[in-house]
Ligand binder design. Sequence first.
Ligand SMILES: [Zn+2]
Length: 126
Amino acid sequence: MPPPDKTCASCGRRIEWRAKWERNWDAVRYCSDACRRRRVGPADRDLEERITSMLDARASSATICPSDVARAVSSDESEWRALMEPVRRAARRLVAAGEVEITQGGRVVDPSTAKGPIRIRRRRQG
Ligand SMILES: [Zn+2]
């Protein structure tokens, strides 16, 4: 039986177990070579901070859009647009950490497979 899923430390997506990892599954941290090369740097941690502090500044039920976070970093359109995917990665890492939920149309979705616009909110208990 394959071991339970784990989450990529870089993109926050679920890592599907593969037979080639049988011997070192415990050491697997990234879903792909691209994610291993990319890792998670100070700028990525900063995006996580911005997401949680932005949510803390709003009502507990409030949601934010990744673009709210990206635009808080830079008002330059090409710069904030380039940050959209890094913000989504940060949001997925926060889901894995149990901090936030990702929603579409008001419903919590699987961050590994969600396509299209997402919103981010504080994780709700229960
Ligand atoms: Zn990954």
